[in-house]
Design a binder for this molecule. Structure first.
Ligand code: ZN
Length: 142
């Protein structure tokens, strides 16, 4: 039994939705479809759920008259999701890192744009015009 590989968005979203709370299989497929803008057939999602169950990451409960199946994450499943989220956020950070610059005044990270001003022939990046003003003020007072 190897580690579960989350190889596509449908699987990733399925996990994240289960992380929010217990879900019916049908709701899961529908919501994943809405989030990714693609249609998923139960045949694409249920084998993944079955695998999660094999690994003891989810439990299946039956509910109501028609015995609707509800998928619930186990504590192990929650840990798995957190690991996934962590990995994913690292990827996102890597992707946006080159676009980050720091405000020359307060040093907060500025993602794309921000406020630019030429000071002594040098283009400086600030998060906002207020920071630019403070920066200039502090220079004058020295
Ligand atoms: Zn700033």
């Amino acid at each position: 039994m190897g580690e579960i590989k989350v190889t596509n968005l449908a699987k990733f979203y399925s996990l994240m939705l289960l992380y929010e709370g217990p879900k019916h299989g049908y709701d899961l497929i529908k919501t994943v479809g809405e989030k990714t803008g693609k249609k998923f057939s139960p045949g694409q999602v249920y084998p993944f759920l079955a695998k999660l169950e094999e690994h003891n990451y989810i439990k299946i409960k039956s509910e109501g008259e028609r015995e609707k199946k509800v998928y619930v994450l186990t504590p192990e499943g929650k840990k798995f999701c957190e690991k996934m989220l962590h990995r994913f956020s690292e990827l996102v950070e890597l992707a946006i890192e080159p676009n980050l610059s720091k405000c020359a005044h307060c040093a907060c990270e500025v993602y794309k744009g921000g406020y630019k001003e030429k000071i002594k022939e040098k283009e400086m990046v600030f998060c906002c015009s207020h920071c630019a003003a403070s920066f200039k003020n502090s220079r004058h007072s020295h």
